[in-house]
Design a protein around this ligand. Structure first.
Ligand code: SF4
Length: 209
């Protein structure tokens, strides 16, 4: 299946998915949105009230802040793919449960395969844990890791910065590093492509760039 068709197929599947209890609180599933050839993929936690109403990611106050952060590094929402680790709204915006994260995991993995981004930016603890299960966000935010052959940058969720003013400048500083990290990822990928093929090795679980 072509990547674009695969993204549409995933959106179709999540709109009627009953794999976990979150489908009970769903008005509209939020599969995520953005161009299939996006170089950067932002992954948040789960839809909130407005996202559940509109079926679109990051459309509330946190989304507005995310737009500002993107603009601060000369990026636009239409340049990037934005999604979440769970596609349906946890009731009352509670944290997603382990079984809900596990049930939804395959959709996110398929989206990553289809988009094949150079850089994945995780927004918040649950998204970070998908790639860096043993990391603490207070220690690793703003840093880049190579995980399963991709560059993963961990950041605080924009909503956390809205609720806790002291985090705002941290999030802004972490975002300011993104262009440089994307550039590094592009160069690393070019080098990989130019290297002669080697026998397949087990990937390193986690290595700091
Ligand atoms: S959160 Fe994910 S796994 Fe659960 S019902 Fe929604 S789409 Fe399905």
């Amino acid at each position: 299946m072509q990547p674009e068709e695969e993204l549409k197929q995933i959106a179709k599947e999540v709109s009627v998915c009953t794999r976990c209890a979150l489908h009970h609180s769903r008005k509209l599933a939020v599969p995520g949105e953005g161009p299939v050839n996006a170089q950067v993929m932002f992954i948040g936690e789960g839809p909130g009230f407005h996202e559940n109403e509109q079926g679109r990611p990051f459309v509330g106050a946190a989304g507005k802040f995310l737009d500002e952060l993107l603009a601060s590094v000369n990026m636009k929402r239409s340049d990037v793919f934005i999604g979440n680790v769970v596609k349906c709204r946890p009731p009352g915006n509670r944290d997603p449960l382990p079984e809900e994260l596990e049930a939804c995991r395959e959709y996110l993995e398929r989206q990553i395969q289809a988009i094949n981004p150079k850089v994945i930016v995780t927004l918040g603890r649950y998204s970070m844990a998908h790639f860096l299960p043993n990391a603490k966000i207070s220690s690793v935010h703003g840093q880049a890791f190579k995980v399963r052959g991709r560059l993963v940058v961990a950041m605080y969720h924009p909503a956390a910065a809205l609720h806790q003013q002291s985090l705002r400048s941290t999030v802004e500083q972490d975002f300011a590093r993104l262009p440089e990290l994307i550039q590094q990822a592009s160069q690393a990928m070019q080098l990989e492509e130019e290297k002669p093929a080697e026998p397949r090795k087990e990937p390193k679980q986690l290595s700091l760039f």
